[in-house]
Design a protein around this ligand. Structure first.
Ligand code: NAD
Length: 263
């Protein structure tokens, strides 16, 4: 563990919280799983990548040095584009954790596409992998949150449509909708003390992003940021921990950015 790890905030209200994270087998989602486990939360996560998900669950199956937390994260293989599978998985998540207090809707697929190549089937698939499951995961968790007096739902948006990046029109359309959905859900669920927020990451260095960016491309992004340095999954997780904690008790209905000031 590095000095930075040792200096990270611990939120007492997150200990024992029952947290579901989608797409937790890699990248930012893996960072979320690790960060909530380190808070002593009880974490379940899903992914379509079965081997990678099992490996993350096995890696984090150790008491954490900050908290002594002994709750091993539980992995559920699931294709989130299949809403029937999402609904039966969420019932199993609720059973495994004894309820759900926090949802982090993280899974997505940022495949590049040109305008000319988009078919109706691609449109539907992109909405299914980037947008639709976020609503149905939230819908499945709400009854448990209501029963226990509240909860927090965190939806991953994207800076891409704010910047108008190339080759991502349909992904950007889904990511823009997530911000609208966040505001609508926050209004619908607020009186049940369920807070709904979006996190807008800038460009975060993950294994998948390495596929899209050359070192020169990464340098261009850093040059366009206000701050030096590459964002890492734990920088995004730091914001999610705060938004999920009781410290954020009156924060809902908006988007929060972690982008190093990329313009
Ligand atoms: N990395 C970035 O720079 C960046 C920037 C802006 C927004 N985001 C957003 O942050 C979130 C995480 O991004 P990331 O870069 O870690 O992505 P990633 O591709 O590394 O991870 C996404 C995870 O979702 C899983 N997944 C994909 N399709 C699935 C399906 N059908 N069912 C279940 N799981 C599925 C993948 O297997 C993967 O583990 C996404 O919502 C993304 O849009 C990332």
């Amino acid at each position: 563990m590095s000095a930075v790890d040792n200096a990270r905030a611990i939120y007492p209200s997150l200990a024992g919280k029952r947290v579901f994270i989608s797409g937790g087998a890699s990248g930012i989602g893996e960072g979320f799983v690790e960060a909530f486990v380190a808070q002593g939360a009880h974490v379940a996560f899903c992914d379509i990548a079965e081997e990678a998900g099992k490996a993350v669950a096995a890696r984090l199956n150790t008491p954490h040095s900050h908290t002594g937390a002994a709750f091993a994260p539980v992995f559920f293989p699931c294709d989130l584009t299949d809403i029937g599978a999402v609904q039966s998985m969420m019932a199993k998540v609720e059973e495994a954790l004894g309820g759900i207090d926090v949802v982090v809707n993280n899974a997505a697929n940022d495949d590049r596409h040109s305008v000319a190549d988009v078919t109706p089937a691609y449109w539907d698939q992109s909405m299914a992998v980037n947008l639709r499951h976020q609503f149905f995961v939230a819908q499945a968790a709400v009854p448990s949150m209501k029963r226990s007096g509240g909860g927090a739902i965190i939806n991953l948006g994207s800076i891409s449509w704010h910047l108008g990046l190339h080759d991502l029109v349909i992904y950007q359309t889904a990511k823009a909708a997530i911000e609208g959905m966040t505001r609508g859900l926050a209004r619908e669920l607020g009186r049940d003390n369920i807070r709904v927020t979006s996190i807008i990451p800038g460009n975060v260095k993950t294994p998948r992003q390495e596929k899209w960016y050359t070192p020169e491309g990464e340098a261009e992004i850093v040059a366009a940021q206000c701050l030096d340095g590459r964002l890492l999954p734990h920088d995004v997780a730091a914001l999610a921990l705060f938004l999920a904690s009781d410290d954020a008790r009156l924060i809902t209905g908006h988007e929060y950015w972690v982008d190093a000031g990329w313009r």
